[in-house]
Design a protein around this ligand. Structure first.
Ligand code: NDP
Length: 679
C-alpha cells in the first residue's frame, strides 16, 4: 500500500500534511501507511468559516431539510462502504467490527434522518414541551423553544471508532443546524478522512457544514466562544486537560466528554449454570472482550457473578475465548484482530500488569499465543486476558484501571446489595448489564445503581433474540455516563440534537407565540367565514383557520341506540340509579365516543376533496359529562401543518366540543392527511 498523505479540509480546501506530520502504522504489519498533521493549519480561519459560512447556510434550512440531507448522505455512504471496509482493516478491525463502526455509523445517520422528520417540525424553531398558561385568561403564555447555537460543534474523537465516532456526533449536530469541525484521533484518522471525503464529494452538504482536522488541533480551542460545543471522546487524562482550558472556562464553552469507563456485567442470582441466561451472560462477556479487540468504550471490564458461580463463569468464558481465532482481520476465520497500534498494546500490557497485582490471571498469556496469518511481533496483537479477583472489596485497580483492550476481570458477589456496591465502585460508567429474569432484582438494580450508570441493560431469554448487545450504543438511547465516564451525554434520539441548541423561554400573547412557533395557540386569531376547510388543499389552509359548527341535541334515544349498536352498555350510560351513585356522573350520560362521532358528523364535509384520511386523534380529554338533551357544537381550528410526501401533508386540528353553556366537554387534536392539489 502506498503511503497516504492524510489532508485536512479547511475553509473549503484540502490542506496536505507538512514536515510536522505524524507517521501512522498499520495495526497488522506495523508498516507506516500514512501520515497526518500540518503545524501551519489555520484553525482560526476554520472556526470562523464554520461559524460565518456553515452556520448561516445550515440555519436557513428546516429540520426536515437537514434530515433529508442526512438520509441522502447515509445512502451515499452505504453505496461506498466497501471502500471504508477495505481501508479500515488496517486499524486491526475485522469485518464484524466494521458492522459496529461503519454500518453502525451509517445506521446512526439513518435514525437521525428518520427522527428529524418524525419528531421535529418542518421549521427552524423547535418547540420544547407544552404551552404554559401564565395568566388567568390565557392572553399571556409561555413556551420553551430551541434554536441552533450560532457556533461550531468541535468533535474530538478517540481512535477506536473512526467512522461511528464521527457520525454519531455529526448527525445530531447537523440536524440541529450547527456546522462541525471533526478531529479524529491520529492513529485511525485515515478512515475518517475517507468518510469525510465521501461525504463532501457527494455534493449534498451545504458549504461550511463539515471540516476535518487530520493531526493536531493547534490552538483551535482558544478560538471558541459560548456558542460552540466541544464534544470529546477519549482518555480521562486528555478530557481533564481540555476541560480545564482556562479559555473554555472563562467563556462558558459547552464541553461534553465521554471517557474511560469501568463497565460491568452482573450475572443475576437466578441465572445459574445450565440456564439460557447463564449462556447468554457468557456470550455477551465474550463478545465484549473480543469485539474491536476490546477497544470499546462500553466493553465489559468487570464481570460480577454470584460467588457460587464464579468458577463456572471462568470455565465457560475461558472455553469460549480459547475458540477465538486471533489474526489478520482480513481473513474470514479471524474472530479478533489487532489493537490499533503498538503503543496501545504496550499501554494495555502495562494496565494488565497493574490488574495482576490484585487479581490472578486465569486465561490468556501475552507472551505465548497464536496469531493466524500475521506476524505477532510486528502487528499490535494481544490474546484475550481474563483475571479473577477473589476479594473485590479490598482491590482497587480492578475498579479504576481501564485496560483498553481484550481484558476483563471476574469477581464474586454475596448478595444484591453487594453486587450493587461493586457495580458502583467504578464511580460512573457508560453501561452496566444485568442478566436476569427476576423483575424485582432489576428494579433493585435501577434503584441502587442507575445513578452511577448512563445505561442499564437487562437481558434474558425473552429478550435476547432482539437485544442490541451490552456494548452497542444505539442512537435512540442516550450514550454517556456520570463520573469517571465523563459526565457527558450523547445520542438518545432528539435529546442528542438538543446539546447543539439553545433552549430559551419565550413569553407573549397567543398571536406572538403562534407566529414564533408556526403553530396555532388557543386564544390567537381565528380565520372564519370562508369555504369549508375540508374543501381546501393543504397549501390553502392557514394556521388559525376555524370552523364553528351548528349545534346538535344529544337525546336519551341517541345514547340507547349507540349503546346497543356498539355493545358499550356501561352502567353510566344505561342505569340512572347506578350512574347517580357515581361521583363523576349527574345521572345517565352520553358515551365519550358518541360525542366524538357526533362531533365528526357536525364538522365533516362529505364530498370527495383534499382531505385524504383521518389518521388519528391526540391529547383527547373528556372534561365534562353530557346529559340527555344537552346540546353540543364543535370548533375546529388548523393548529399545525407538516409536509409528509410530495403529494400530501399532515394537518393537526385543534378541536373543542362545547355544550349549550359554552363549557368545554371534550378537547382533542385531530390528524388528517391533506392533498396539495384538489382531487
Ligand atoms: P486520547 O485521549 O489520547 O485522544 C482522544 C482524542 O483527543 C484524539 O483525537 C487525540 O488526538 C485528541 N487529543 C489528544 N491531545 C489533545 C490536545 N492536547 N488537544 C486536542 N486534542 C487532543 O485517547 P485515545 O484515542 O488515544 O484513546 C485512548 C484511551 O481513551 C483509551 O485507552 C481509553 O481509555 C479511552 N477511550 C474512552 C472511550 C470512551 O468513550 N469512554 C472511547 C475511546 C477511548 P491525537 O490522536 O491526534 O492525539
Amino acid at each position: 500500500m502506498t503511503k497516504l498523505d492524510i489532508s485536512s479540509f479547511a475553509a473549503g480546501s484540502w490542506v496536505a500534511p507538512d514536515s510536522s506530520a505524524r507517521p501512522i502504522a498499520c495495526a497488522i504489519s506495523g508498516d507506516i501507511i500514512a501520515q497526518a498533521g500540518n503545524a501551519n493549519l489555520d484553525v482560526g480561519s476554520m472556526h470562523a468559516y464554520a461559524r460565518d459560512v456553515g452556520g448561516p447556510n445550515l440555519r436557513k434550512l428546516t429540520f426536515h431539510d437537514r434530515a433529508r440531507m442526512l438520509k441522502a448522505l447515509a445512502l451515499h455512504l452505504t453505496k461506498h462502504k466497501q471502500q471504508l471496509y477495505d481501508l479500515s482493516f488496517h486499524t486491526g478491525a475485522t469485518q464484524s467490527d466494521h458492522a459496529f463502526d461503519i454500518d453502525g455509523g451509517i445506521g446512526t445517520m439513518f435514525v437521525y434522518a428518520a427522527k428529524g422528520r418524525r419528531e421535529m417540525p418542518d421549521a427552524q424553531i423547535y418547540l420544547d414541551g407544552e404551552l404554559e398558561q401564565l395568566g388567568r385568561t390565557g392572553s399571556f403564555q409561555g413556551q420553551h423553544v430551541c434554536v441552533p447555537r450560532q457556533g461550531v460543534g468541535i468533535h474530538i474523537n478517540a481512535y477506536n471508532f473512526p467512522v461511528w465516532g464521527m457520525l454519531e456526533k455529526f448527525a445530531p449536530t447537523f440536524l440541529a443546524g450547527v456546522p462541525s469541525i471533526v478531529k479524529p484521533a491520529t492513529a485511525s484518522c485515515y478512515v475518517t478522512h475517507l468518510c469525510v471525503k465521501l461525504m463532501l464529494d457527494s455534493g449534498i452538504l451545504p458549504e461550511g457544514a463539515l471540516q476535518l482536522i487530520s493531526g493536531g488541533v493547534g490552538d483551535l480551542l482558544l478560538h471558541t466562544d459560548a456558542q460552540d460545543v466541544v464534544s470529546f471522546t477519549g482518555s480521562a487524562k486528555t478530557a481533564l486537560m481540555l476541560r480545564a482550558t482556562p479559555h473554555l472556562l472563562e467563556n462558558a464553552v459547552h464541553f461534553v466528554a465521554e471517557q474511560d469507563s469501568l463497565n460491568a456485567s452482573v450475572l443475576g442470582a437466578d441465572a445459574s449454570p445450565g440456564t439460557a441466561e447463564f449462556d447468554l451472560f457468557i456470550k455477551e462477556a465474550h463478545r465484549e472482550m473480543t469485539t474491536k479487540a476490546g477497544q470499546k468504550c462500553t466493553a465489559i471490564r468487570r464481570i460480577i457473578a454470584p460467588a457460587a458461580h464464579v468458577d463456572a463463569v471462568i470455565a465457560a468464558l475461558s472455553a469460549k475465548l480459547a475458540k477465538t481465532t486471533i489474526g489478520d482481520p482480513r481473513d474470514k476465520d479471524t474472530r479478533m484482530g489487532a489493537l490499533v497500534s503498538q503503543s496501545q498494546r504496550d499501554d494495555v500490557l502495562e494496565k494488565a500488569a497493574l490488574l495482576a497485582t490484585q487479581a490472578e490471571p486465569v486465561y490468556g498469556d501475552p507472551d505465548n499465543f497464536e496469531v493466524q496469518g500475521a506476524d505477532a511481533t510486528k502487528g499490535a496483537f494481544l490474546p484475550p486476558m481474563l483475571f479473577h479477583c477473589a476479594d473485590p472489596d479490598t482491590a482497587t485497580h480492578v475498579h479504576d484501571t481501564e485496560a483498553f483492550g481484550p481484558v476483563s476481570t471476574v469477581m464474586p458477589y454475596r448478595d444484591t446489595d453487594h453486587a450493587i456496591a461493586l457495580l458502583n465502585r467504578g464511580k460512573g460508567s457508560l453501561v452496566a448489564s444485568v442478566i436476569t429474569r427476576d423483575g424485582d432484582l432489576a428494579r433493585q438494580m435501577v434503584l441502587g445503581a442507575a445513578a452511577w450508570h448512563g445505561r442499564l441493560y437487562f437481558n434474558n431469554a425473552d429478550s435476547m433474540a432482539e437485544s442490541t448487545g451490552h456494548g452497542a450504543p444505539i442512537p435512540h438511547m442516550i450514550h454517556g455516563g456520570p463520573g469517571r465516564a465523563g459526565g457527558g451525554e450523547e445520542l438518545g434520539g432528539v435529546r442528542g440534537v438538543m446539546h447543539y441548541m439553545q433552549r430559551t423561554a419565550v413569553q407573549g400573547s397567543p398571536d406572538i407565540l403562534t407566529a414564533i412557533g408556526e403553530q396555532w395557540v388557543p386564544g390567537a386569531a381565528e380565520h372564519t367565514g370562508g369555504p369549508h376547510p375540508f374543501t381546501k388543499t393543504y397549501h390553502e389552509l392557514v394556521l388559525g383557520e376555524t370552523l364553528y359548527t351548528a349545534s346538535r341535541k344529544v337525546t336519551l334515544q341517541d345514547i340507547e341506540t349507540f349503546a346497543h349498536f356498539t355493545g358499550d352498555t356501561f352502567y353510566g350510560h344505561m342505569d340512572e340509579e347506578a350512574a347517580k351513585a357515581n361521583p363523576f356522573f349527574p345521572g345517565r350520560v352520553a358515551h365519550g365516543y358518541l360525542l366524538l362521532s357526533f362531533a365528526a358528523g357536525l364538522f365533516v364535509q362529505p364530498d370527495p376533496g383534499p382531505v385524504l384520511a383521518n389518521t388519528g386523534l391526540g391529547s383527547l380529554s373528556f372534561m365534562k359529562p353530557v346529559s340527555p338533551d344537552d346540546e353540543i357544537k364543535v370548533r375546529l381550528t388548523v393548529k399545525k401543518k407538516t409536509p409528509r410526501t410530495d403529494e400530501y401533508g399532515q394537518v393537526r386540528w385543534h378541536v373543542t366540543v362545547t355544550n349549550q353553556g359554552d363549557e368545554i366537554v371534550a378537547e382533542y387534536e385531530l390528524l388528517t392527511m391533506n392533498a396539495y392539489e384538489q382531487t
